[in-house]
Each structure stands twice: as C-alpha cells, then as structure tokens.
Write a protein that binds this ligand. Structure first.
Ligand SMILES: Cc1cc2nc3c(=O)[nH]c(=O)nc-3n(C[C@H](O)[C@H](O)[C@H](O)COP(=O)(O)O)c2cc1C
Length: 240
C-alpha cells in the first residue's frame, strides 16, 4: 500500500512537471530579439543603422543642398570684394583732365572710363584761334552732339560718378552732352569737375544736369592741371 502511494505521488509530480513545460513561452518570431529575426543577426542591426544613416544622409544632403543656397544668398547680399561703387568718367583732348581724373580715381578706389570721340580731335580741330575749327564750330552750336567712339559702360552698381572735362570756350565740350544724354543715371550722385587755363566751371555742370535729365547733380569744381592730391582729397572729403 505504501508502495502504491509513492508511485501515485511520483505520477502526480510527473504530470505537474509536464503541465509547467507546456506553459513555457513559444519560440515565436515576436519574442525573438530583433537581431535574431528571420534567423539573421545582421538585418535587424542593419535596419537601424540604415534608418539612422538614411536620416543622417537626408540631413547631410539637406545641409549639402543648403550650402549653395547660403553661398548664393551671401553672394547676393554682399558685393564682391573688388566691386567698385565709384566711377570717374573723363573726356580729355590733351591729357590734362585725364591726369586729374586718375588722381581722383586713385583716392576714391574708383573705376575710370574715358570718353573718346569716334573721330579723334586733331591739333587743327582744337585750334581756338581758328573760327572755323571743329571745336569752335561745335561750341558755337549748342545742339552739336559729336559721336562717342568708346564702348558703352554699364552703370550698374555705381553710386557716385565724377564727370571730368576741359573747358572749351567757357563751357563743357559738346561731346559731354552726347555722353549724359545717352545714359540713365537714375539716382546716382553726379559730380562734375573740369580743368582749364583759367576759366571757372561756369554753367557747365548745370548744362550737363539739364541735358542728362537723370542723376542727382552736385555743384562742380574747376582745377588746374597740376592740382595736388591733398587738394583733391579735401574737396572729395567735403562732398561727403
Ligand atoms: C578749343 C579750346 C577752347 C578752350 N577754351 C578755354 C576757355 O574758354 N577758358 C580756359 O580757361 N581754357 C580754355 N581752353 C584750355 C583748356 O580748357 C585747358 O587747356 C584744359 O586743361 C585742357 O584739358 P585736356 O588736356 O584734358 O583736354 C580751351 C582749350 C581748347 C582746346
């Protein structure tokens, strides 16, 4: 009887153990660590890495794409280092006014543009003792507009333009009127200057302003050919 009881107990223990074994979680895909899904270790890790990389790649390409935008914004906002905002325009038949223009351009770190006549003035053309010389004839005709031979210049970006010329018969050479009438100066600050033997600038600046019909014109000034750099500098400083 005691033996049967022991066997019964043993049988009950065996049944109990079998039941516990049945409750062990199944080895389903859901319960496999992600790295072991599909029986592969790498894909799960790769997936995370790829996703992370993808984000990084997207962020990095966004950053890469942003660079040109930033660069172009910078280029638009800030003028190039060598961009000049001052221009010195000069007509000079014998080089005197050009010398002054070069000094002004150096002081102002400006571009220099020379107006050249399509038909250059000869010594005979410039003979003021000859009533029939080309210069005398042109100066006697307020509507004369000698043709300019130099290439046109773009005025884009210029904020200030010095306009230099010699005095002929008390006024600006008519080719200066050809020049001012063929450009739109908008709101650019226009500053006339001239050289002469002795005459002042007279009405020349006003004539140019009236014929230009654009630009904001300041009073002009006459200089001798030998004007010093310090005299020019103090005149320029006085304009600001
Ligand atoms: C046709 C002609 C007319 C001139 N008329 C005058 C004048 O009325 N008053 C004056 O002081 N100088 C006069 N000059 C002298 C010039 O204005 C002066 O020599 C000037 O500095 C020359 O400049 P440029 O070398 O840039 O041409 C005249 C010169 C020429 C050629």
């Amino acid at each position: 009887m005691k033996r049967i009881f022991i066997l019964l107990i043993a049988a009950l223990i065996l049944i109990g153990l079998t039941a516990c074994a049945g409750n062990t979680p199944a080895n389903t895909a859901e319960n496999v660590p992600s790295t072991e899904k599909n029986g592969q270790t790498e894909p799960a890790v790769t997936e995370i890495t790829t996703s992370s990389d993808a984000e990084e790649t997207t962020a990095s390409s966004a950053a890469t794409e942003a660079v040109p935008d930033d660069t172009s914004a910078t280029q638009t906002a800030e003028p190039a280092a060598d961009h000049k905002t001052v221009l010195v325009v000069v007509f000079s038949a014998t080089g005197t006014t050009k010398g002054v223009a070069e000094k002004i351009a150096a002081i102002e770190n400006a571009d220099l543009y020379e107006i050249k006549a399509a038909r250059e003035y000869t010594a005979a053309d410039l003979n003021w003792n000859d009533r029939n010389s080309r210069s005398t004839t042109e100066q006697n005709d307020k509507s004369a507009r000698p043709e300019i031979g130099s290439e046109r210049i773009s005025l884009e970006g210029y904020e200030k333009i010095y306009v230099g010329f010699p005095i002929w018969w008390g006024e600006e050479p008519r080719i200066m009127d050809s020049f001012v009438e063929s450009y739109d100066f908008g709101n650019i600050k226009m500053i006339p200057f001239c050289t002469s033997s002795s005459s002042g600038i007279g009405r020349s600046g006003k004539n140019l302003e009236e014929n230009a019909k654009s630009g904001t014109w300041l009073d002009g000034k006459r200089f001798s050919g030998g004007v010093s750099e310090s005299e020019l500098r103090s005149w320029i400083d006085g304009l600001k």
